[in-house]
Design a protein around this ligand. Structure first.
Ligand SMILES: Nc1ncnc2c1ncn2[C@@H]1O[C@H](COP(=O)(O)OP(=O)(O)OP(=O)(O)O)[C@@H](O)[C@H]1O
Ligand SMILES: [Mg+2]
Length: 266
């Protein structure tokens, strides 16, 4: 089982949308050669991923909620082709229990080991605060992907994303999780404005190794109302039943194929 975390301290950049659409991409037979067994864990108390996947009705929603995976060393879930461990309000209380944080990460690690033979891919969505809900999955995951928007604040935030004292990806790679691979920054909601184009160019010149190289250029996802509509309806973008959905998916698919390739999920 390969585990990927969606993380960025910036809110509203598309962590949940990418998490859900990636889950659909990996799990749905239409995307051959995928059709993988997929586990999604929503570690955000806002529960946007839970809402979308529950609404869509494509997955089994586990009776076990995600805070339990951190607190209960024996937490177990239903096993099926596509399972969601939903978020819950208790996630909010966990940051205050600093003495438990090591146990939270150990419990999550042990849980993933217990279910590793039942799933091919595990996708973990996180909240935008730099706390245990982001730290624990980064400590246990194989891969991290960071959607961003191409505005100045997001670009200024890249330093924190990499070097934040608690949850900076480079720091975690150097200390708590040496196997963690940074897949890269994924510009999302990209608009064809001169401002965004300049920001993308500046980013790809200054930090190409932090972007996902495609041929040609770098991975990015355009702003599209179809993606927001698909999220609201909880469906795969390509199943929105509109030309705009199929168009959006045609552009997203190569990016998701590249992510699958980098994760070595054949
Ligand atoms: N490429 C896109 N085009 C248009 N809308 C998008 C795109 N990606 C995401 N959205 C929409 O933008 C909003 C924010 O996205 P999302 O909830 O995925 O962000 P997030 O990073 O998970 O936010 P939070 O930090 O609050 O958890 C949602 O309404 C979502 O449907
Ligand atoms: Mg979210």
């Amino acid at each position: 089982m390969k585990t990927i975390v969606l993380a960025n301290q910036k809110g509203g950049v598309g962590k949940s949308a990418v998490a859900c659409q990636l889950a659909y991409f990996f799990s749905q037979p239409i995307n051959q050669p995928m059709n993988k067994r997929v586990l999604v864990i929503d570690l955000d108390h806002q529960r946007n991923t839970t809402k979308a996947l529950r609404t869509g009705g494509f997955c089994v929603v586990s009776a076990t909620t995600s805070s339990k995976l951190l607190t209960d060393p024996k937490a177990d879930i239903e096993h099926a082709e596509f399972v969601l461990v939903p978020g819950d309000g208790d996630l909010l209380k966990m940051e205050k229990k600093a003495a438990e944080h090591n146990a939270y990460a150990s419990n999550l690690l042990a849980f993933l080991a217990r279910v590793a033979d039942s799933f091919d891919v595990c996708i973990i969505d996180t909240n935008p605060n730099p706390d245990i809900r982001q730290l624990s999955p980064l400590v246990v995951a194989d891969y991290v992907l960071a959607p961003i928007e191409l505005n100045q604040e997001a670009i200024d935030g890249i330093g924190d994303l990499l070097n934040h004292e608690n949850i900076g990806i480079r720091r975690i790679q150097a200390t708590l999780n040496k196997k963690l691979k940074f897949l890269g920054i994924l510009p999302n909601k990209v608009e064809p404005t001169p401002f965004q184009r300049d920001n993308f160019r500046a980013l790809s010149t200054a930090a190409p190794k932090y972007l996902i190289a495609m041929s040609p250029g770098f991975a990015a996802i355009k702003k599209s109302t179809a993606i927001a509509e698909a999220q609201a309806a909880g469906v795969p973008v390509w199943r929105l039943g509109k030309t705009s959905g199929r168009d959006a998916w045609r552009e997203m698919r190569p990016v998701f194929d590249k992510i699958a390739q980098l994760m070595e999920v054949a």
